[in-house]
Each structure stands twice: as structure tokens, then as C-alpha cells.
Design a binder for this molecule. Structure first.
Ligand SMILES: [Co+2]
Length: 473
């Protein structure tokens, strides 16, 4: 989910929009990342979940460049052979367990079944560009900080694995002819099944669930579009560019990640530009790195791409008034923004921070404006818990929101599945009182195309952990 940058002057609409001719779609191509390797593998590494200390004081031996799997525990030379033997035994057990527990399609097998040991795969380990040197004592001290805590990491890694398994299914099954309603519902059903939490009882939605409304944007729609109940069915078409942006949270730790699908190879370079820009942003990020340097790197890569769409060539533009963001518990936008264009902001990234680096590229103006409709709502985290609201329906709604979403952003569909109805007057009242914030869809000019890629990562003490990294993006 993106964050909207503060208004910056230029608000001309529909100015020099590129006029794209309506032409029959060119067939062929396939969605990016539709061939992810299947490895719903349970107990990786030492198989025991939390690493047990064996008194050597060096529990944390990360292999740089290693990704997607839990790194086996560090082994000192003396016990190497013994450990290898033990691992082999575990492996055969593992294979058997695998046969029993594989993810279904659509995904419905809870992760606790696929990972009976309760420890989830580590994200990609990426070393800092500026290599840090830390003493063993400092390592031990830092490992007590919450972001080096196994429970915290495991919450985040579980959310990431739910995201990977869900999006794999989207990439394999989303096709022209399907409705956005069905795709959104499929994503949400999968996330809730894998978390083994329907989220229907008060309080359950705060334990785990959707991190924010599933975003499904087509073409000139850039961000924050989700199908609302009762609206006209939107059917995916062959020449569409679809961005899929959804979040998974476990105990309020929100994994925010997005990708783009197209069924026509025409858009390949648009998608490549944005994917490259996002990965560049992730690579540039680090402790004490200036956010403006990350933005500048993103912009340079994005603008180095061109895309030819039905005979017209466009330089891919970064969207100027959207940005990536840091994430706090139950709070998708933690207060720091990462624009996709160079700024003079001197703010730095800090150790322990979780960032969602997302970039949006477009063939339009590179400036988004509000579209009609509503994306979602979120309790304003600055608003006091008890506020006098004039409408009694607003009072009840306020309670429902606190119990089921807290400060997580939600959409009308999430509210209605709880059995809440006739809430619009109450909601408008809460919005007017400043208790709830309303989010609207954001678009570029009609006829343009946009793409988005996004990763969530953690700035750990000795390395970055790209939590949402998968084989697909
Ligand atoms: Co985001």
C-alpha cells in the first residue's frame, strides 16, 4: 500500500495525456513469475524452530547472498560430522511430511500444517553496501533488541510465507475473463485459510489477517482501488495491466508487498523498469542511508527505461506524489516516506526499522489524482480511544472497528463479512469527526499504463532481511 506524498503545486489534470489508440490486443506472453518452484517445506535448518544455544556464543552466522531458506545453524568443525548425520535423518522424515502436507490450489492448508515446527523461512539476506563491523559483545547486546527477537522475526516470516503462497496462486490462476471481485476474494480467502484465522470473532482480526484492503488496479488506475460490495463487476481483459497489492499481518506486523501482471508482452519493459527500480531501492537502503539517496537511485533506474506501446514510445516516469514508507506495528505508514524522485530530505534510515519500498512507474503524467469512489478506512492513530460522536450508529461502528481492525486499514468488504450493514452514515460521521481516515482510489490520466512492485524488509544489525522476497520477484 502506497503513501500519498504531500501536495506539491502542480494539479493540472488531463493535460498532455498520451492518447493511446484502441487497437486489438496482441496475444501471447504470460504473467511474470508464474513458475515459482514449489517448496512448502517444513522444518528447515536445524528443524527445532528457535535455535538452541550450545554455549559457543555464536548463534548468528548469516551467509550473505543466501536466500529463501532458513540458514542451517552454524556448525563448528568438531561437530560437523555429527550434525550432518542428524540432518540426514531429519531430511528423510521431512520428505515424508512433505508428501502429507502440500499447499492446495486454491490455497487452503494452514501454514501451521506445512511448518509443524512453527518456524518459517527467512527472507533474503542482503549485505549492507557499507560493510559494518561489530564486536561479539555488541552482537549479544543487540540480539536482545526486539527486531532481533525470534518471535518478532517469526511473525514477520510467517506473514511473508502466506504472502508468497497466496501470490503464487494468483500468478498461476488470474486470467482475462475473471472478475476483480473474484481475484480479491480468492486472495483474502487464501490469506485467512493459511493463517487459520477467519477473523470473524471480535479480537481475532487483531491476531492476524489482511494487512489492508486488497489493491487491484488496472492500467491508469495507479493505487488504492479495491472492489466494493454491490458495484458493477470489473472483468480482467487481455490487454490490461493489473497491479496486485495486498498485505498480511501477524500480531500487527504487516508484510506489504505488490507485483504487476500483464498478459500482453507489449508492457514487458514497463514492468521491468518498475521491478528494477524497486530492487535498486532495496539494494540502496541501509542503516544511516539518506532516504533522498534511495529516491535518487530509484528515479535514475526507472527513467532509464522506455516502453513502446502500439507504435508510440514512452519514457517510463516515476509517480512523483506517491511514496514508499516505513511500517510500525498495526500501522502501515510509520511516518517516513520514500519518494521515487530525488528530494532534499535529509532523513536517514535507522537500524530496526521495517520499510516497504514500493515504486510506481507510468506512461502517463507521473502525477496521481483522486479517482471517484472509496478504497478503505482506517482509525486515525492520533485520535483518542473514547471520542464523543453525535450519532449512536457511529458509536457502535467505532467499537466494531476498534475490536476487529484496530488501526489497520480496512475496506467495505471486510466490514460487511462481519455482518455489519447500514454503516455509511455512521462512517461518514466518524470521518467528519477525524476519528477515521478515508482513502480514495488514485489514478493517472486515462489511456496511460502503470506498474508497481514492492518489498518489505527489515534493517537488522548486520544485514537487511528482505522478508517478502520470492522466486517470482
Ligand atoms: Co506499501
Amino acid at each position: 500500500m502506497g503513501t500519498r506524498a504531500p501536495e506539491s503545486g502542480d494539479r493540472r489534470l488531463h493535460g498532455d495525456s498520451p492518447s493511446l489508440d484502441e487497437q486489438p490486443p496482441v496475444c501471447g506472453g504470460e504473467p511474470r513469475g508464474s513458475h515459482m518452484s514449489r517448496d512448502g517445506d517444513g522444518c528447515l535448518g536445524n528443524g527445532g524452530g528457535v535455535e538452541e544455544s550450545d554455549g559457543d556464543g555464536e548463534g548468528d552466522d548469516d551467509d550473505d547472498g543466501d536466500h529463501g531458506e532458513v540458514t542451517p545453524a552454524s556448525v563448528d568443525a568438531g561437530t560437523a560430522q555429527k550434525k550432518r548425520k542428524r540432518r540426514n535423518k531429519k531430511k528423510s522424515k521431512k520428505t515424508k511430511a512433505n508428501l502429507l502436507a502440500q499447499q492446495s490450489s486454491p490455497p487452503r492448508v494452514p501454514l501451521t500444517t506445512l511448518f509443524p515446527c512453527g518456524s518459517y523461512p527467512q527472507g533474503e539476506v542482503q549485505s549492507y553496501q557499507d560493510t559494518a563491523r561489530i564486536s561479539a559483545a555488541e552482537t549479544r547486546y543487540n540480539s536482545r533488541r526486539h527486531w532481533e527477537d525470534e518471535t518478532f522475526l517469526n511473525n514477520y516470516r510467517k506473514a511473508a510465507e502466506v504472502h508468497r503462497q497466496t501470490r503464487r496462486w494468483v500468478q498461476e490462476t488470474a486470467r482475462p475473463g475473471q472478475s476483480l471481485q473474484d481475484i480479491a476474494q480468492g486472495i483474502e480467502d487464501s490469506v485467512r485459510a493459511l493463517l487459520d484465522n477467519a477473523g470473524l470473532e471480535p479480537g481475532d482480526g487483531l491476531k492476524s489477517g489482511m494487512g489492508f484492503p486488497t489493491g487491484l488496479c488496472l492500467n491508469h488506475q495507479v493505487a488504492h482501488y479495491t472492489p466494493n460490495p454491490g458495484q458493477k463487476t470489473v472483468v480482467l481483459e487481455q490487454q490490461d495491466v493489473l497491479t496486485v497489492d495486498f498485505g498480511v499481518h501477524v500480531n500487527g506486523w504487516i508484510l506489504d508487498s505488490a507485483f504487476t501482471m500483464a498478459f500482453d508482452p507489449t508492457y514487458d519493459n514497463l514492468l521491468a523498469a518498475v521491478k528494477d527500480a524497486t530492487n535498486t531501492g532495496v539494494k540502496t537502503a541501509g542503516i544511516d542511508v539518506r532516504i533522498s539517496d534511495v529516491s535518487a537511485a530509484i528515479q535514475e533506474v526507472m527513467e532509464s527505461y522506455e516502453v513502446e506501446i502500439r507504435g508510440k514510445t514512452y519514457r517510463v516516469k516515476p509517480v512523483r506524489n506517491l511514496s514508499g514508507h516505513n511500517i510500525k506495528q498495526y500501522r502501515i505508514h510509520g511516518g517516513k516516506s520514500i519518494p521515487f524522485v530525488k528530494t532534499r530530505d535529509q532523513t536517514k534510515m535507522e537500524e530496526g526499522e521495517v520499510f516497504a519500498i514500493e515504486t510506481f512507474g507510468t506512461t502517463g503524467r507521473g502525477y496521481i489524482v483522486d479517482d471517484v469512489g472509496v478504497y478503505g478506512y482506517g482509525l486515525n492513530h492520533d485520535a483518542p480511544l473514547r471520542v464523543p460522536v453525535p450519532l449512536s450508529s457511529a458509536k457502535g461502528l467505532h467499537k466494531t472497528i476498534r475490536e476487529n481492525f484496530g488501526t489497520l486499514v480496512f475496506c467495505r468488504r471486510y466490514l460487511e463479512r462481519l455482518g455489519v450493514d447500514k454503516y455509511l452514515a455512521g462512517m461518514n460521521c466518524l470521518v467528519q469527526q477525524g476519528v477515521v481516515e478515508e482513502y480514495v482510489p488514485l489514478m493517472d490520466v486515462k489511456g496511460s499504463y502503470s506498474a508497481q512492485f514492492e518489498h518489505t524488509f527489515l534493517l537488522r544489525q548486520t544485514h537487511k532481511e528482505i522478508l517478502s522476497r520470492g522466486d517470482d520477484y
